[in-house]
Ligand binder design. Structure first.
Ligand code: SAH
Ligand code: SF4
Length: 351
């Protein structure tokens, strides 16, 4: 008999499972606490349960975390982990140490269907959505292998492989589990979800009573260019995307983030910066600039530092807060847009 997977189930769902076995509801709550709070994933060891119940649970159910296939450590402290899922699919999770608080970057899909021309994940194509359990599992695994994380001092970004808003239900279910104070207990304000611009998803997220912060990958200021480098723009062009951003109900003091990958000679001129300032005017937002992280077969180049600085200065002069994001873990292919399941340590990391 195939065992049923428990990771990803909510407290009411676990209560129902245990009720089906003739157990009282508090047993479901205890199991929830064991899985997500104590992080006891061996069902034979869930201590508040009598031995007979532990044995019955182990017979019927299983708790599967992603298996660590390989880890890659960058000179800057960033660690990329290649995980193998139950069906053999592979995904990547990145942990970046930062002063005060680490950031964990999780994947939401195996590959990505959005096909942005500057992103290695896009180039590898799409296999499937991750389940809520697989999304939560990445965080639990990283927490378990980094004892410091047990104190939950980290930020979480949904910026790994995949487009989170094309896997809305599973991402939202995972977010609820990750933030439940009775379980894992990460604060909503420490979580950011990044989208390539799935307009109905942005609208839906805006209607959620509890939600993460939102980042939108803009990357171009005309429909002509954006459609060329981000084909999703043909479905939801700039005017519609920016309308959804304008209508997104921000909390007091909250800012939306626009991400902008600079591609040399493509979207990095002063005219681009001026148009960008014009587009986002009136939205309570900041812009994060990042020079292209290079990759094999990407038909773009990284602009020089001066170009990036000039772009930033133009935005600031126009009253738009703009920040330059340092690339993290470029030497191990862990930086934004570089996740493509590269299994060999890239040669550059040893240079
Ligand atoms: N699919 C979502 C989230 C994952 S991508 C999204 O696109 O927003 C996370 C970020 O990496 C996005 O802002 C994307 O624009 C950026 N990115 C993709 N490829 C990149 C590259 N080669 N160099 C720098 N940033 C890149
Ligand atoms: Fe997918 Fe984001 Fe990469 Fe575009 S940038 S292909 S949406 S992961």
């Amino acid at each position: 008999m195939q065992k049923q997977e428990l990771l990803g189930l909510t407290a009411p769902e676990l209560e129902q499972l245990l009720a089906d076995l003739g157990e009282p509801p508090y047993r479901g709550k205890q199991l929830y606490h064991a899985l997500y709070h104590e992080r006891q994933w061996d069902l034979g060891k869930v201590t508040p349960f009598p031995a007979a119940l532990r044995a019955r649970l182990s017979e019927r159910f299983q708790v599967t975390l992603p298996e660590t296939e390989k880890t890659f450590d960058s000179r800057d402290g960033t660690r990329r982990t290649l995980f193998r899922l139950a069906d053999g699919c592979k995904i990547e999770t990145v942990r970046m140490p930062e002063p005060g608080r680490d950031t964990i970057c999780v994947s939401t899909q195996v590959g990505c269907p959005v096909d942005c021309k500057f992103c290695l994940t896009g180039v590898m194509g799409f296999t499937r959505n991750l389940t809520a359990g697989e999304i939560v599992g990445q965080v639990l695994r990283v927490m378990a292998t980094n004892p410091l994380e047990a104190r939950q001092r980290f930020n979480l970004v949904f910026m790994g492989m995949g487009e989170p808003l094309l896997n809305f239900d599973n991402v939202m279910a995972a977010l609820k589990l990750l933030t439940d104070p009775a379980g894992i207990g990460i604060s909503w304000t420490r979580i950011t979800l990044s989208t390539a611009g799935v307009v109905p998803g942005i609208e839906r997220l805006g209607r959620e009573p509890l939600r993460p912060k939102l980042a939108v990958s803009l990357n171009a200021t005309t429909d002509e260019l954006r459609s060329r480098i981000m084909p999703i723009n043909r479905k939801w062009p700039l005017a519609e995307l920016l309308r959804a951003c304008r209508e997104f109900p921000l909390r007091p003091r909250e800012k939306l983030t626009f991400e902008y990958v600079l591609l040399e000679g493509v979207n990095d001129t002063v005219a681009d910066a001026r148009r960008l300032a014009q587009l986002v005017r009136g939205i309570r937002a900041k812009v994060n600039l990042i020079g292209l992280n290079p990759g094999p077969d990407l038909p773009f180049r990284t602009p020089r530092d001066e170009t990036v600085l000039r772009f930033q200065q133009t935005l600031i002069q126009k009253g738009i807060p703009a920040f330059i994001r340092k690339p993290r873990g470029r030497d191990i292919f862990a930086a934004c847009g570089q996740l493509k399941l590269m299994e060999a340590q890239p040669a550059s990391s040893t240079s």
